[in-house]
Design a binder for this molecule. Structure first.
Ligand code: UDX
Length: 460
């Protein structure tokens, strides 16, 4: 967006991964995001470049945005909770080593509170040139996948945190002037470094908390006969609560929510705030419960066994309009079904087959480690198949599970699907997107999150 809206600024995206840079320079971009192709096409070669020459471009830059991955640690102290800052530290060491002029270093990746402190030390202690000054800013990214370009064009707010010193405030103004090319200045807010860092974790924790809260109520709705969509509508009309982010679902996924909450909990624990950590951790526990409940509902409804039954898993991405599968609820649901001995047929319009098998064959938090075909993978293929035609995935199935809210799922010919399925034919709508009355008229037994249960769907 900076390249798009500020033609006088040269933007170079650098990455040590050659394949990724090659893809950015090709017609086949490495990520799917609506509208991204157009923006890249307009700017690439004009004032937007992609390169693996990190040394040269970091050295020449006035402002360096660091957007490296900060996944949850998989081993060692804080495993499963703390953020792994290895890539961040590596980036800081590189910036320090090559800098011959002063720079503003911007934290774009989500980082734990006080990271700027640590990074500042790495930068200052590793730079040979005493005349080089580094000013660190925190400028957390609030865009959501699938709507990234829209969110960037028209953000609710841009947050810039900096040191409360003269040079810190000057750096804030420099970055602010970049955003002012397209964001009204009243939407650009400034804060101290720690507030900005903490705001990002807090925003994601609050958003995820809304989903876990409505999902908790969905379980109660199912046993009482209330309808979670009616409840969400009723409470959402209260402007203090608001309508958005109240869709009950099979569980939230994505690269941010769980990671950031675990990170927040870890920060609280290390600061002796166990109660606060427990409070936020319950948001993740409720999400796990929702996924587990979904699997149990499938098994109990299908006469307490899915062993050897074909189940079509419709959608694998963590939400629609993205091919991203990080922490997608589909992974845990598929694992649950595989443990019960089901045969799974997966269809997703954007997720490639290798990604599905990689996700299903690795343990949690390992998404950065490249997987080669293994025995585990071969075993998995006995129970799991991927289909590129949705009707093929559903053909001969005992049940359909809607895992992602892809719009195309609403447009299928469900009469044709029903005719091709084993009876009783079940639909488990984990996103509440299908027309349930219509499906019931066709003959399906329907389970939908937080909705009154069909007599056929068992309660326990
Ligand atoms: C999120 C934040 O929204 C964004 O501000 C931050 O910068 C990064 O993390 P993202 O992970 O891309 O963005 O997706 P988001 O739209 O927030 O959805 C996260 C998950 O929650 C998805 O699995 C989605 O399906 C689920 N969700 C969302 C629900 O289950 N119900 C809802 O009402 C909303």
């Amino acid at each position: 967006m900076v390249a798009n809206r500020c033609p006088e600024i040269e933007v170079v995206v650098v990455d040590i991964n050659e394949d990724r840079i090659k893809a950015w320079n090709s017609d086949d971009l490495p990520i799917y995001e609506p509208g991204l192709d157009d923006v890249v096409k307009v700017c690439r070669g004009r004032n937007l470049f992609f390169s693996t020459d990190t040394h040269k471009h970091v050295q020449e830059a006035d402002i360096v945005f660091v957007s490296v991955n900060t996944p949850t640690k998989t081993t060692g102290i804080g495993a499963g909770k703390a953020a792994n800052l290895t890539y961040w530290e590596g980036a800081a060491r590189l910036i320090a080593a090559v800098s011959t002029s002063s720079k503003i270093v911007v934290e774009k990746s989500t980082v734990p509170v006080k990271t700027a402190d640590a990074i500042g030390k790495v930068l200052r202690r590793n730079c040979g040139d005493p005349n080089v000054q580094f000013e660190i800013l925190s400028n957390p990214e609030f865009l959501a996948e699938g709507t990234a370009i829209e969110d960037l064009k028209n953000p609710d707010r841009v947050l810039i945190g900096g040191a409360e010193t003269e040079s810190g405030q000057k750096a804030i103004q420099v970055l602010k002037s970049v955003y002012e090319h397209w964001v009204p200045s009243e939407r650009i807010i400034t804060a101290n470094l720690w507030s900005a860092e903490l705001s990002k974790l807090t925003a994601n924790a609050f958003l995820a908390q809304r989903i876990s809260s409505v999902n908790a109520i969905s379980a109660l709705c199912e046993v009482t006969g209330a309808d979670v969509q009616q409840v969400a509508h009723a409470i959402g009309m209260d402007s203090r609560i608001g309508r958005r982010f109240l869709n009950a679902s099979v569980g939230f996924g994505g690269s941010c929510f769980q990671k950031d909450i675990l990170n927040l909990c870890y920060v609280c624990e290390t600061l002796g705030l166990q109660k606060v950590a427990d409070y936020w951790h319950s948001v993740v526990s409720m999400n796990d419960y929702q996924k587990q409940r979904f699997v149990e509902r499938i098994a109990s409804s299908m006469f307490n066994t899915v062993y050897g039954k074909k189940i079509a898993v419709m959608g694998f991405a963590f939400k629609k309009d993205t091919g991203d599968t990080r922490e997608t609820a589909a992974i845990d649901v598929c694992h649950g079904l595989i443990r019960e001995g089901a045969n799974i047929m997966i269809y997703d319009p954007k997720v490639p087959e290798e990604q599905v098998f990689k996700d299903l064959s690795m343990s949690k938090f390992e998404w950065d480690i490249p997987m080669s075909p293994t025995k585990a993978d071969a075993k998995l293929r006995q129970n799991v198949s991927m289909h590129f035609d949705p009707y093929m995935a559903m053909d001969g199935a005992h049940a359909l599970c809607i895992m992602t809210e892809w719009d195309e799922f609403k447009t299928y010919d469900y009469r044709k699907v029903y005719d091709s399925m084993v009876k009783p034919a079940y639909v488990f709508d984990g996103r509440n997107i299908l027309d349930h009355d219509e499906l019931r008229k066709i003959g399906f037994v329907v389970y939908a999150i937080g909705k009154p249960l069909d007599p056929f769907v068992k309660r326990e």
